[in-house]
Design a protein. Structure first.
Length: 148
């Protein structure tokens, strides 16, 4: 089992994640909302005022996990440090994020959702392998759900 450690996102983590670059569809992670929301509220909140957490593996910044609190469920967003992409970490990272959600937020619903861009095939395949299934398809995105 991989030992991921979740921390509320800090400015240092935001600045480091902004430096990540990827090959393929996704080139960079959008971190600007964290700066904007901090300027307005004094809190490091992500897009749609989500709760962002930096995830560490040992002393290394491994990933970003975001929790979007919708009306009756949580939607997740995540990113893995490019140096770990394609090395088999996706499933354990997603499971760790779900476990953290249940514990930290006392989440008791029996499912979570996420949205993936149709062109991001690598992420889409990782989500399928992690037990997500397609709920709805839109012009550019796919809404997926996982029963937990």
């Amino acid at each position: 089992m991989v030992d991921y450690v979740f921390y509320p996102i800090s400015l240092e983590d935001i600045l480091n994640i902004e430096k990540w670059t990827y090959d393929g569809y996704l080139k960079k992670i959008l971190m600007e909302p964290y700066h904007i929301n901090f300027a307005c509220s004094g809190k490091y909140k992500g897009p749609d005022f989500c709760d962002g957490f930096s995830v560490h593996l040992g002393k290394e910044l491994f990933g970003l996990f975001e929790y979007y609190h919708r009306n009756d469920f949580v939607e997740i967003g995540l990113a893995i440090n490019p140096k770990y992409i394609g090395k088999g970490y996706s499933k354990s990272f997603i499971e760790a994020g779900i476990s953290f959600l249940k514990q930290y937020f006392s989440y008791q619903k029996d499912y979570i959702c996420l949205t993936v861009d149709k062109e991001n095939l690598q992420a889409y395949k990782a989500y399928l392998k992690s037990g997500f299934f397609v709920v709805n398809e839109f012009e550019d995105e796919i809404l997926m759900r996982k029963n937990i």
